[in-house]
Design a protein around this ligand. Structure first.
Ligand SMILES: NC(=O)c1ccc[n+]([C@@H]2O[C@H](COP(=O)([O-])OP(=O)(O)OC[C@H]3O[C@@H](n4cnc5c(N)ncnc54)[C@H](OP(=O)(O)O)[C@@H]3O)[C@@H](O)[C@H]2O)c1
Length: 263
């Protein structure tokens, strides 16, 4: 891990974390606060954000702002722009997201569109807004939450896997574009991780990793790599996806999702 002072110089003084009310996002907020950055915490559940903000302020002596916002809404950006107008955001964690499980045409269309808004549209808009500011100040960092399923098509997780492929591709291209401006971009691609994700997606957890090492790896690799895959099993999984013909990996992943599907 980078020394505290170097981290603050590269990515401070403020970080914005979406999906900070739970799971991987909450862990990002805790580890970034421990490195001494102030935080804007975004998600829908206000009470959780308030509690986390208080905890981080008391534990790490930083400033934390809770910002309850629904990122699936068309007009979420102006609200974030207003609150952050006077804050110098040097690190953006595009983490909020959720999954839907089941046969695409049988799933509720509104939920699928909402998924696209939260998993793709919101990260795109936030990266555009804050990426431009970072480019102009010539430093900063952006992390996108992709997934190992971003490397393959996944039956029964069709829209979710497609959204994570989008996040991966956008992050990799932005890493290239923004490198010359001293802005580091990383796609974080976890496999199953302890969080509320599986409960919301309606699947069972298969050998989950705790969120702490997933986030530690991301903060360690930011600025050194454009893609980070936590855990040896997940790295082997991605390697096998890359070596197999695509129809094989999508058939295997489809079987896995059918196996862990709850309903
Ligand atoms: N856990 C895994 O196995 C796994 C694996 C690979 C990738 N990921 C990715 O990791 C990211 C974080 O998920 P997680 O695993 O930590 O799941 P989680 O515990 O369910 O957390 C999801 C976060 O996203 C927020 N969120 C969801 N919908 C939102 C909306 N409309 N507006 C604002 N915030 C919203 C939730 O907050 P509110 O409900 O309070 O709004 C919550 O803070 C996601 O992008 C997911 O795709 C997870």
């Amino acid at each position: 891990m980078m020394p505290r002072k170097t981290f603050q110089k590269k990515y401070g003084p403020w970080a914005l974390v979406t999906g900070a009310s739970s799971g991987i996002g909450m862990e990002f907020a805790r580890q970034i606060a421990a490195l001494g950055l102030n935080l804007v915490l975004v998600a829908r559940r206000k009470q959780r954000l308030d509690r986390l903000a208080l905890e981080l302020e008391n534990t790490h002596g930083i400033q934390a702002e809770a910002l309850p916002i629904d990122l699936s809404r068309n007009d979420f950006l102006p609200e974030i722009e207003n609150i952050t107008a006077e804050l110098d955001i040097g690190l953006l964690i595009n983490n909020a997201g959720f999954g839907t499980t089941g046969e695409f045409v049988e799933n509720d269309l509104e939920s699928e569109i909402k998924l696209l808004h939260v998993n793709c549209r919101a990260p795109l808009m936030l990266a555009h807004r804050f990426g431009k500011k970072m480019k102009n100040r010539n430093r900063g960092g952006i992390i996108f939450l992709s997934s190992i399923v971003g490397f393959t098509a996944v039956p029964l997780w069709s829209n979710y896997a497609a959204s994570k492929a989008y996040d991966l591709s956008l992050a990799e291209a932005l890493a290239h574009e923004l490198k010359a401006h001293n802005v580091d971009v990383l796609a974080l691609c976890p496999g199953t991780t302890e969080a509320e994700f599986q409960e919301i997606a309606g699947t069972r957890m298969l050998m989950p990793m705790p969120a702490a090492p997933v986030v530690r790896l991301a903060l360690k690799k930011l600025g050194r790599r454009s893609v980070a895959i936590p855990g040896i099993l997940n790295r082997l999984n991605v390697l096998s996806i890359k070596l197999q013909p695509r129809p094989w990996s999508r058939a295997i992943f489809g079987k896995v999702i059918r196996h862990i599907q709850k309903r």
